[in-house]
Design a protein around this ligand. Structure first.
Ligand code: MLT
Length: 265
């Protein structure tokens, strides 16, 4: 287990809906808690859904110093402490999944179960690391709107781009309000994150891995890296990287089944 970070946690903006078993949902890069807007009304019928804006995203502040994925995990732990939540189910989408893996690694006592939604425990490839630098340069030189305009549609399956214009517009509008410092800080943090395959391979609590059939960012083979009775896998057909918008009801059903199976154990 690596050492927890020394940076001061950032106080995160969050929403808190419903009652029952707590589920914490972490959004992805240039997203916000609003990424989960179609999921929360369905899921909060059964569970308490705590949904933060991660550091530098949505309405949460960003730090001036460089920070790591582990620092972003510490922010979430600080929120759990603020809410006096001792154990939760933690589900992370994409970058939120990298933060989930770091939190499970460094603060396992907070975790009753956890999952990745279109995310991976692999580190960045050399090509991906170069792309992170290009992202930072583009955001710094051409601004957030330019970057987000070239980024949003690629998160969706091509055949859904024309069917879900409102979702794509929403992703863009959420991205536009991310501060450039937040976008660049998160890109740099993702670039430096370590590989955490062993967190899945050695899981000793229930784990959910949800992939999109056509996801170019976290394809199923980059997600499903271990097989055990602890691990539940699901592939949502005909979607890419954004099940919370491309197929929200299917995602909710998968999460609900995962939660109910834990209650049976
Ligand atoms: C995300 O949606 O969070 C990003 O696509 C993750 C990444 O760039 O690795």
């Amino acid at each position: 287990m690596s050492q927890p970070t020394e940076q001061q946690p950032i106080k995160l903006h969050f929403s808190d809906n419903g009652q029952g078993e707590p589920i914490v949902l972490l959004h992805g890069f240039l997203g916000s808690s609003a990424y989960w807007d179609e999921v929360i009304p369905l899921l909060s019928r059964h569970y308490r859904c705590i949904v933060p804006d991660l550091r530098g995203h949505g309405h949460s502040p960003v730090s001036t110093d460089p920070y790591t994925i582990e620092d972003m995990a510490a922010d979430v732990v600080s929120l759990l402490d603020e809410l006096d939540l001792k154990q939760v189910t933690l589900l992370g989408h994409s970058m939120g999944g990298y933060i989930t893996l770091a939190l499970v690694d460094q603060y396992p006592s907070y975790i009753k179960s956890w999952g990745l939604v279109h995310s991976t425990a692999y580190e960045d490839t050399e090509e991906a690391k170069q792309k992170r630098l290009n992202t930072i340069t583009q955001i710094r030189t051409r601004g957030m709107i330019d970057f987000v305009d070239g980024f949003a549609e690629g998160l969706f399956a091509p055949h859904l781009v024309y069917k879900l214009p409102d979702s794509i517009l929403k992703v863009k509008e959420i991205g536009y309000i991310t501060s450039p410092e937040g976008g660049c800080g998160a890109a740099a943090a993702m670039r430096e994150r370590p590989e955490r395959l062993s967190i899945i391979q050695n899981a000793n609590v229930p784990v959910l891995l949800v992939a999109g059939e056509y996801d170019p960012i976290a394809p199923p083979d980059r997600m499903f890296v271990a097989d055990s009775t602890r691990i539940t896998t699901a592939v949502i057909p005909d979607i890419a990287h954004m099940s919370m918008m491309e197929a929200p009801e299917q995602l909710v059903n998968i999460i609900h089944d995962f939660m109910q199976n834990q209650l049976k154990d």
